[in-house]
Design a protein around this ligand. Structure first.
Ligand code: NAD
Length: 487
């Protein structure tokens, strides 16, 4: 039996309370507020990546068999870009923003001051375990907060590497990593935070939000959903197929929140699209994709069983038109395309989050909008491939989603001037670039007045003339004020 000393220390309610107390004291002492502290942390994070890239790649390979290109570009380079952007823009972001004033408070000046929220909690998911853990931390640092990060236990190699590297490169008096699963996260969620950013599924999102509500803590929920891809005819089919494949199988083998979840296309166009997808898939991953080094594995046996169940559903098992091969021992599933699966099948009623891609057919491409909207949930991302200007306009107006991309998939994630976040079931709040800074800041309204121009009309005794004049002032029109003065 394991001796008491050998057991990992338990992170419980009491440990959570002590940790928050310590960070709150350091925050209150003003440690995180200065521009210099923020810059030092962001530079520390860049150095951490430069010094330890091979270890990060190894951890991601251990957790997910993630191909090196995907790890070094989608996890490390994207995070480095976030740090570089924050370093470049931080002075500007931190500057108070002048605001207009009105006649009501004349003479006065006003500004919006961005202040840090305090001590924030970031809970991340396993699929991009490095980027999704640290990218929100960049925003929280830039905004001047103390931070606790709880990485996902489902990516244990990355989680333990994060504890070690963050402890080594960032100021541990104000930035901590707590490892663990449900008990540890629950102990953290019992504490009072100034903001919680959670990435993961909606079921746990509800637990996070309920815990936050007890303390009136605001939350950002970065959730998922079924991201549709509409494919019109008259397009560049080869480019379309390649871009769908990259968004689906090229992003962690479909285990990404913005991966295409299903395709909608017309009955007439389906054979051409399926052929193009099959052809490009073979070009990318060879005849036996289970052996390809360029595809991640399924993260663990639970998720492998979940995906197998979707494939083995009686309603869809006969609908496979490409792929379908599985290797249980190595947790690999080949890129798999299914055609005309029933809408009431399991695969069409939950987020797939894996290498299976169903195709739904419609008579007219315009009917696709109705398929998406009638699902009752708003996706995290929706994609359209088309050359038709009117259809593109209709897509933007009709489809409500966290983000839309026309003629590509998933790449909007890399555009830092766009907010990244969901709507409805796919989440609330957003981050990336300046949006990350704003998410972790309070926008404090500040109005400056002088002692001059003290208008007696706001003071008692109240008269009808004062009421008229006050109304005119609030209306802000000079003519109205003259009228009120003249009675
Ligand atoms: P996960 O299992 O890693 O869980 C996420 C976090 O929740 C982990 O840190 C975990 O420890 C914690 N957690 C689990 N159970 C808990 C509980 N009972 N109480 C408190 N905390 C708990 O990740 P997941 O949920 O499998 O992630 C996949 C989902 O996340 C998909 O729906 C995907 O679309 C979504 N996702 C969204 C984004 C985004 O940016 N919007 C990014 C990645 C994944």
């Amino acid at each position: 039996m394991e001796s008491e000393e050998m057991k990992k220390p338990v992170f419980d309610q009491e440990a959570g309370s002590l940790l928050v107390k310590e960070l709150r004291a350091n925050f209150a002492a003003g440690k995180t507020r200065s521009y210099d502290w923020r810059v030092a942390q962001l530079k520390g994070m860049i150095k951490m990546m430069e010094d330890h890239e091979p270890e990060i790649l190894t951890a991601l390979r251990d957790d997910l068999s993630k191909p090196e290109l995907e790890s070094s570009i989608y996890e490390i380079a994207l995070l480095k870009n976030s740090c570089v952007l924050a370093l470049k823009e931080l002075k500007q972001w931190m500057m108070p923003e002048k605001a207009k004033t009105s006649l009501t408070t004349f003479p006065s000046s006003a500004e919006t001051v961005s202040e840090p929220l305090g001590v924030v909690l970031i809970i991340s998911a396993w699929n991009f375990p490095f980027l999704l853990s640290l990218d929100p931390v960049v925003g929280a640092i830039a905004a001047g907060n103390a931070i606790v990060l709880k990485p996902s236990e489902i990516a244990p190699a990355t989680s333990s590497l994060l504890v070690r590297l963050v402890g080594q490169y960032l100021d541990s008096s104000c930035i901590r990593v707590v490892e663990g699963a449900v008990p540890e996260t629950s102990a953290l969620l019992d504490q009072k935070w100034d903001k919680i950013l959670y990435t993961g599924n909606g079921r746990i999102g509800r637990i996070v939000m309920a815990a936050a509500a007890k303390h009136l803590t605001p939350v950002v929920l970065e959730l998922g959903g079924k991201c549709p891809v509409i494919v019109d005819s008259g397009i560049n089919l080869r480019v379309t197929a390649r871009r769908i494949i990259m968004g689906k199988w090229g992003c962690n083998n479909g285990q990404a929140c913005i991966s295409p979840d299903y395709i909608i296309t017309t009955k007439d166009y389906t054979p051409k699209l399926v052929d193009a997808l099959k052809h490009e898939l073979e070009q990318f991953y060879g005849k036996n994709p289970l052996e390809s080094k360029d595809l991640s594995r399924i993260v663990n046996s639970n998720h492998f069983a979940r995906l197998s169940k979707l494939l083995d559903d009686d309603k869809v098992s006969g609908k496979i038109v490409h792929g379908g091969a599985r290797d249980k021992t190595n947790l690999k599933i080949a890129p798999t395309i299914l055609l005309d699966v029933p809408r009431d099948s399991l695969i069409m009623n939950e987020e797939i989050f894996g290498p299976l891609l169903p195709i739904i057919t419609v008579d007219k491409v315009e009917d696709s909008f109705n398929v998406i909207n009638s699902s009752g949930t708003k996706p995290l991302a929706a994609y359209l491939f088309s050359n038709n200007k009117k259809l593109k306009e209709q897509f933007v107006v009709t489809v409500s989603a966290g983000g839309l991309v026309v003629n590509d998939t998933a790449v909007h994630l890399a555009v830092h001037s766009l907010p990244f976040g969901g709507v409805g079931e796919s989440g609330m709040g957003a981050y990336h670039g300046k949006f990350s800074f704003d998410t972790f800041s309070h926008k404090k309204a500040v109005l400056y007045r002088s002692f001059a121009g003290d208008a007696p009309l706001r003071y008692p005794p109240y008269t009808s003339k004062k009421i008229r004049l006050m109304k005119a002032f609030l209306g802000g029109s000079i003519v109205g004020i003259i009228r009120a003065l003249l009675g």
